[in-house]
Design a protein around this ligand. Structure first.
Ligand code: HEM
Length: 492
């Protein structure tokens, strides 16, 4: 009897035990099934090598295989990749104390200077004291106040390329803008000669960001000279001097917080990355796609010629009076659409957030469980090219963002999946400045020159833009430069 009772007890225990294992397994499976996890054999590294060798290709493959939300291990970080408009929007508007962008800024800082020991103090000063200055000075209302000499400087630099048989498209687009806009940030001591160092440093950025260990020695030396130059500019900047504009404000905050200028300069270089990187890539692709489509090219140029005539009278007045407010006009609606369309297509990934506590991220009817310590990678490319929102979503369609009634340069994107400038608390601080920079450069370039691409090899059919680099991160980088012939249209 006792042995019979024991057997029943033992069997019951085994059944309960098996039931428990079964339930916990099912629950664990349920938990890990959403979001699905990208398998990898390597502990800690996970898929880091695949990601580093081609971030966009890797994410596109995972998206096709695992769907709109998936989890991937990248060098010790558990990343939840979100791709739908709703999940990206909800992540961007989640309380910034729950989802912080601290890790992203850290990555940029690390890409600029490997030594991150001073990072926490610098991060707090930059994000709580310097970014609010950018918010204020570059807001839609105030940005006119920092751009007074911008068009004149761009014009003077562009003139230097006139009549050349074979000009680098990248240099002719970005050098004038680099000089004009960096002067706003670094003030009266800024030297235009720093462009070559900037370029040498900038081309290594994608591999620095994915922490590939070997980058070229010239780029490291260029970075050293840039940091030295930034330090000199900040030390000399005077908030009471009109020419020092933002540099004066920056310098004052850095002094007040007892940060040595040498220690602050890498963080300022990181802000310069935000200032130039996406802008330069967008300028390059805007011109490449316009040159590949002669109809689009001549429509934009006709609008520019007419806009200058009707809004400013002539090019000289445009150069003297162009301001963000005046260029946000229906007279340049097609150019505005071309810029928005370019930013829509060039966006790859735009932002990483770190979860400071467990929470549920809403996505459609369901939610994505996010644990403290996990990261969210925002990958809006699939949503920004989705045919349901954007017919022919992979193509450059010049008129896509022309509205029947013009309501302001960024409004045509509202209500559509469009995150090219981010959103929420960390929305791009330079978005109004960026729109103005691209407009001024394009208006002047197309007013001053007839532009003809010079093919590297004789081609039988029409001209094709280069391929985007597989290493691109953030926005599409080109694999190679393009060369153009610039014939003056007006007497310079
Ligand atoms: C076409 C040009 C540009 C594009 C496409 C672009 C895009 C973006 C995006 C997507 C973000 C948000 C990243 C995130 O959510 O983590 C961002 C942030 C930022 N952008 Fe831009 N940007 C451009 C130009 C500029 C310019 C001209 C400035 C000049 C100051 C600038 C300054 C910043 C800063 C400081 C942030 C960080 C904001 C924060 O963390 O709170 N950007 N940008």
């Amino acid at each position: 009897m006792t042995s019979y009772a024991l057997t029943v007890a033992q069997i019951s225990t085994v059944i309960v035990g098996l039931g428990f294992v079964f339930i916990t397994r099912v629950m664990a499976k349920k938990e890990s099934a959403h979001p699905p996890k990208v398998p990898s054999l390597l502990p800690w590294f996970g898929s880091a090598f695949d990601f580093a060798s081609g971030p966009s290709k890797f994410l596109a493959l995972c998206h096709a295989q695992f769907g709109p939300v998936f989890k991937v291990l990248l060098g010790g970080r558990n990343m939840i990749v979100v791709t739908t408009a709703e999940s990206i929007h909800n992540a961007l508007f989640t309380d910034y104390r729950v989802l912080t962008n601290r890790a992203e800024h850290y990555d940029h800082f690390h890409a600029v200077c490997g030594d991150t020991s001073l990072y926490p103090a610098i991060f707090d000063t930059f994000s709580h004291k310097l970014f609010p200055i950018l918010d204020r000075r570059l807001s839609k209302r105030a940005v006119d106040g920092v751009t007074t000499d911008f068009a004149e400087t761009v014009f003077q630099r562009l003139k230097l390329f006139s009549g050349e048989e074979r000009v680098s498209l990248r240099r002719s687009l970005t050098e004038p803008v680099y000089v004009a806009v960096t002067a706003i940030f670094l003030g009266s001591k800024f030297s235009p000669d720093s462009y070559n160092d900037w370029l040498a440093f900038w081309v290594t950025l994608p591999i620095r960001l994915v922490r590939r260990p070997f980058w070229s020695f010239p780029s490291t030396r260029a970075r050293g000279r840039l940091l030295q130059h930034i330090t000199t500019c900040l030390q000399a900047a005077n908030p009471d001097n009109d020419d020092d504009k933002l540099a004066g404000d920056f310098s004052k905050v850095i002094r007040e917080n007892n940060i040595p200028f040498e220690a602050a300069s890498p963080a300022v270089l990181a802000v310069m990355l935000a200032l130039h990187t996406n802008l330069f890539n967008n300028l390059f692709w805007l011109f490449s796609w316009l040159m590949a489509d002669p109809r689009a090219f001549s429509s934009v140029r006709s609008e520019i010629d007419k806009g200058i005539r009707e809004e400013f009278g002539n090019l000289q007045t445009f150069i003297a009076e162009a301001s963000p407010r005046r260029l946000d006009s229906p007279a340049f609606a097609l150019l505005n659409s071309a810029i928005l369309e370019t930013t829509r297509l060039t966006t790859l990934q735009n932002g990483v957030r770190l979860a400071e506590s467990d929470f549920q991220l809403k996505d459609g009817e369901g939610t994505v469980p996010v644990r403290k310590g996990e990261y969210i990678l925002l990958y809006p490319r699939p949503a920004q090219q989705n045919g349901a929102s954007y017919p022919d979503g992979h193509k450059f369609v010049l008129e896509r963002f022309v509205q029947s009634q013009y309501q302001g340069d960024l409004t045509p994107t509202s209500g559509k999946p469009y995150f090219a400038f981010g959103a929420g608390k960390h929305v791009c601080k330079g978005r109004f400045l960026a729109m103005f920079e691209i407009k001024v450069l394009t208006i002047l370039y197309l007013s001053l020159f007839d532009v003809t691409p010079v093919p590297l090899e004789p081609q039988s059919s029409g001209w094709e833009p280069p391929q985007p680099s597989p290493q691109s991160i953030g926005t599409m980088h080109p694999t190679q430069d393009v060369f153009v012939k610039l014939r003056p249209r007006v007497t310079l």
